[in-house]
Ligand binder design. Structure first.
Ligand SMILES: NC(=O)c1ccc[n+]([C@@H]2O[C@H](COP(=O)([O-])OP(=O)(O)OC[C@H]3O[C@@H](n4cnc5c(N)ncnc54)[C@H](OP(=O)(O)O)[C@@H]3O)[C@@H](O)[C@H]2O)c1
Length: 221
């Protein structure tokens, strides 16, 4: 949010989530709207509210789940369970898909715009050489497919829009904390945001429907 708000020409950065983060600043340019992002009625109301706030030219979906109480990344097929699969598909694939469904129609028809969701390199099927983390990998692969579909639709309706999924790198957050010891290249959330915004700034409509890493590298599906 801080990086986005500092971009020249950006009038508003509207945060949306199930609860306002403790460190979200109280400023007129950075309002925060609390909404249940899995509830389509709430998402329709959110779209209505946002449409009254001006042109929406960037939608960045940064939600995601790897672990929580009762959800641990699987090391082997023996650990696969329906509850974990359902929960990770719900948060990692269904939630961003519903957000895109309700908010993408707000993007301008004839101006440049971006719809992006944070995915993860481990969601690449072609790049999977280690296995493990079955539900997380599969839910991100599902997210990637739905965003590819969304990008193809946007290409027809909003030819200047860019719709992509992004791998932020290994970032020091609550999501990665339990795995921090084994991680070689951990970066701060602020550095990750800076890199991802640079990648987005360089993308053209011809790049829409692709999967990019924080350094601009195109990741195979
Ligand atoms: N950190 C990494 O190393 C890394 C690596 C690759 C990909 N990613 C991806 O990057 C994205 C951001 O991850 P992060 O590292 O910033 O993780 P994080 O600190 O755990 O943040 C996850 C975000 O998702 C939101 N969220 C989770 N479940 C939700 C739900 N049911 N409804 C609404 N919001 C929900 C959380 O909201 P609350 O604040 O309300 O909990 C939080 O804002 C995720 O998609 C993740 O898969 C991260």
């Amino acid at each position: 949010m801080t990086r986005l708000a500092a971009e020249p020409g950006r009038a508003f950065v509207v945060g949306v989530g199930r609860r306002r983060p403790a460190d979200w600043p109280s400023a007129p340019r950075t309002p925060f709207i609390e909404a249940d992002l899995l509830d389509e009625t709430a998402l329709a109301a959110l779209a209505e509210t946002l449409s009254g706030m001006g042109v929406v030219d960037l939608i960045l979906i940064a939600t995601g789940l790897l672990h929580e109480d009762g959800v641990t990344p699987e090391k082997t097929m023996r650990a696969i369970g329906a509850e974990t699969l359902c929960r990770l598909f719900e948060v990692n694939a269904i939630l961003p898909s519903l957000v895109a469904k309700h908010l993408a129609p707000l993007l301008p028809r004839d101006e440049a715009s971006v719809l992006a969701a944070l995915s993860a390199r481990v969601g690449s099927i072609g790049d999977n050489r280690l296995g493990g983390w079955h539900a997380y990998r599969a839910s991100k692969a599902a997210l990637n497919m739905i965003f590819r579909c969304q990008a193809l639709e946007l290409r027809r309706e909003r030819p200047r829009a860019v719709c992509v999924v992004l791998h932020p790198g290994t970032v020091a957050t609550a999501l990665s904390a339990p795995f921090a010891k084994s991680s070689r290249a951990m970066i701060s959330a602020d550095d990750a945001a800076e890199r991802l915004l640079k990648v987005l700034a360089r993308l053209e409509p011809a790049d829409s429907g692709e999967f990019f890493a924080y350094d601009g590298e195109r990741i195979p599906w």
